[in-house]
Write a protein of this length. Structure first.
Length: 87
């Protein structure tokens, strides 16, 4: 999968994750894209542990896997930074 595909899948996954889990999360479009790209790595790893195909290219399955990983990352962020407030 090329870098442009990673960026597009990351952006879509990050946006979907923030749509599913609205709240006060850091960053704009760049951070959202990075969360989605990292989510693709996390989701792909977890799905491959279960015997499935991880992120396989620019397709619906890859976007769903990346979104799952991004949701997990957002949940972890909220669990770790939950008590801290920005001033």
């Amino acid at each position: 999968m090329g870098i442009i595909s990673w960026i597009v899948v990351g952006l879509i996954a990050g946006l979907l994750a923030k749509l599913v889990m609205p709240g006060d999360d850091p960053g704009g479009l760049v951070i959202t894209t990075l969360i989605g790209m990292a989510g693709a790595l996390v989701g792909g790893f977890l799905v491959s542990l279960l015997g499935g195909a991880g992120v396989t290219g620019f397709n619906i399955w890859s976007i769903l896997v990346a979104t799952l990983g991004a949701i997990i990352l957002l949940a972890l962020y909220r669990a770790l930074a939950g008590g801290r407030r920005r001033v």
